[in-house]
Design a protein around this ligand. Sequence first.
Ligand code: HEM
Length: 470
Amino acid sequence: MELTRRQLLAGVGATTLAAAGIYELAERAGRAPSRPEVTARPPEQHVLGGLRVVTDNNVEVVVPPLHHEIVTLRLPAGGPADLRDAQRRLAQVLAGLDQDYPSSPAGLGVTVGWGLPYFRGAVAAPARDHVPIDRRASRSAGHPVSVLLDAIRFPSDTSGVLLEQNDAVLLLRSDNPAHIHDAHERLVGNLDVWQPTSIRRGFVGGGFDGGEGLPHRLAVAAGVPGADLIPEQAELFLGFTSTQKASLGAERIANIETLGYSDGGPGGYFRQGTTMHVSHIFEDLESWFLTFDDRQRAATVFGPARNVPEGTLTVSQGKDDVPSVAAIRKDASRYARIGHSPAIQQTSRLAVDVVGRDGTTYAKGTAVPIRADFNTLDNPFYWSADPGRDGVSPEARAGLHFVVFNPTSDDFHRNRMAMDGVLPGGRRLPLAPRDPGQGFNSVLTTTHRQSFLVPPRRHRSFPLAEMLQG
Ligand code: HEM
C-alpha cells in the first residue's frame, strides 16, 4: 500500500507531532545560502557538487545542506521478474529527479543505499560473487571479509541499541525543503517497489552568515531541555563546528576503490561506490552544557592540550593537528581526558602518504570519512512503521542522525572503536568507553544503527537484479 505524506502525517504508524510543527518552522526559517552553479553529475552518489566553503576563525569550513531526510525501506516479496521491473521503475524516477535537480545543496542530493538483507535475500546469487571483498580487513581477519558488514554494538553503546535490518535507505539533502518533499513523493509516496519502515528528518547549520543557526532556533522553539544553552550561531546542538574542510574526506577518497581496500568487485561493478553507516544518537544537552565548563567542552572534543579561547566554535583540524597515540596517552594520564577528534583521528586520517587508484597523492594526515550527519528533534524517528519497537514518542528530543561514508564498513568500525578508545590491533586508551573524559560519549545515547552499500550512480537501482535468472 502506498503511503502519501498526508497519510503518514494522518498517523499511519506514529509521527512525533511536536517535531512536525518544528520542521515547518525549520522550512520557513532556513535561509538558503548562495551556492556556486553546478552542471556536472559525478558517478558517485555520495559526492555533492556546489558545496560552499567559508572561513570561520581562520579555518575553512564546508557549509552542508540545511535540510535532510532519511527513509529506510523494506521490499515486498517478489520474484526475479518483479525485481527487474522494480529496478526499471526506480531507475526511471531517479533519472527524472536528476533531470529536475542539480546534484548540489541548491538542487537535491539523492543517495540510495542497500542493506545486507537485500544482498542476502533478493539478489543473493549474484551478490555472492559481486559484493566486493575488503582486502585490508581480510588480511587482519585471515579470511575474506566483505566491504559491507552487519552493524555491531560498540563498547560505549548501551544494551538497548537496535541493529536494524532494512533492505534499503534513501538520503535526501537540500537547502530547499520543497525539493526533498518532491523527491519523497516521487520515490516513496508514488512508488510501490518498496515500503518505508522509518522517516527521519533534520537540519544543520544556518548560522554561517552571522544569523541564528537552525539548531539553536529549533531547539528553543521545541522547548527541549538545555536549548537556550546552545550557542546562537552553532552548526550543531553541541556547539562546535564539525565540518572543517580538513577533517572531511574529499571527493573520491571514500570510494571503495580509491585507497586500494577493494577493486570494486568483478568488472568493477561497485567502483565509485562507497559504504554508509546510519545511526540515531540522543544528545543530553543539559549534561553537556551544565556539567562541562567551556574549557572542558573544548578539551572533550579537541583534546586537553589544545588551547581553545572561550566561546570559540570552530577549531582547526589540519593534517598537522593530528596528535600521536603517545601524546593522547600522556594527556589522558595528566588530565583524565581524551578528545573526540584526537582519538578518532588515529584511524580516520592517513598514517602515510598514499597514491590513490585515481592517481591523486593523498598526504599523511588526510581525512578519509565523509560525514553527513545532521541534528534532529525526532524521538527517535519522525515516523516509524513499528513505533513500539522503535520507541517512538511524540515529545521532541535533541539528537543527531549520524551518517558517514567510508570506503568499507570495517573502516567505519575502526573509527567508531577509536572513538571508544580502542585502536587497531586492540591497543586501548586508558579511559572507560563512557567515562566523562572519553570524548562526547557520556552525553550520547545511540538507539539504532545499520550499514549500507552505496553503489555508483549507474547501479543505484536494485543493484545486481539484472543478473537474476528466471
Ligand atoms: C552527537 C554525536 C557527535 C557529534 C556532536 C560530533 C561532533 C564532532 C565534532 C565537533 C568534530 C570535530 C570537528 C572536526 O574535526 O570536524 C567531530 C569530528 C569527527 N567525528 Fe564526530 N561527532 C559525533 C559523533 C560521531 C560519531 C558517532 C562518529 C563515528 C565514528 C564520529 C566521527 C567523527 C570523525 C571521523 C571526525 C573527524 C575526525 C578527523 O578529524 O579526522 N563522530 N565530530
